[in-house]
Design a protein around this ligand. Structure first.
Ligand code: B12
Length: 119
């Protein structure tokens, strides 16, 4: 893993949680993106560097990448489950992202939450 000491990267915490199966432990990762880089790029880099994190996505013609699975847990239309994306600033409540992971640009110090839930 590269551990740059200059400000070449933006760092944020990624939280993977499961509100449907409470047995699943919440996981935390430190992710980096290039300045102005999107969440999707950060997840790609994390997957490359950390063998405990995997994800899959489908490509939507209008909105870009749709997060389909995280660490082997898949959203499912029939069961109405999906991976919800949220942003949490320090000392604030989490807020669902209004754009997908291909359009969201993480800022230094935020936590991004991937929450497995129902619609
Ligand atoms: C229904 C819906 C959903 C459902 C889709 C499943 C279902 N019920 O069938 C669920 C709840 C899963 C969903 C999730 C999300 N959604 Co949504 N969703 C919609 C909504 C209201 C209607 C889409 C639809 O059915 N169109 C009609 C069908 C016939 O067309 P379709 O092309 O086949 O629709 C598919 C795509 O829209 C896709 N889809 C839905 N949402 C999203 C979001 C992203 C980023 C992608 C790539 C694809 C995608 O799922 C639809 C069914 O297969 C639209 C707003 C709107 N009124 O259009 C928002 C909308 C598309 N969603 C949006 C967002 C932001 C999200 C989330 C990122 C929210 C979040 N914070 O987690 C997540 C996706 C996270 C992920 N895993 O990547 C935004 C996208 C904006 C953008 N520029 O990226 C929209 C435009 C709402 C808004 N903010 O104005 N969504």
């Amino acid at each position: 893993m590269t551990t740059p000491t200059d400000d070449k990267y933006i760092y944020f915490v990624l939280v993977v949680e499961n509100s449907i199966d409470q047995q699943e432990l919440t996981e935390y990762y430190v992710v980096h993106v290039v300045p102005g880089g999107n969440l999707f790029g950060g997840l790609e880099m994390l997957q490359k560097e950390n063998n405990k994190f995997t994800f899959t996505y489908t490509e939507d013609p209008n909105y870009g990448p749709f997060l389909e699975s995280v660490n082997g847990v898949y959203g499912n239309k029939e069961e109405q489950t999906y991976w919800q994306l949220l942003e949490k600033e320090p000392n604030k409540e989490p807020v669902p992202l209004s754009v997908g992971m291909g359009s969201y640009i993480p800022r230094e110090g935020v936590a991004v939450i991937l929450n497995f839930t129902r619609w």
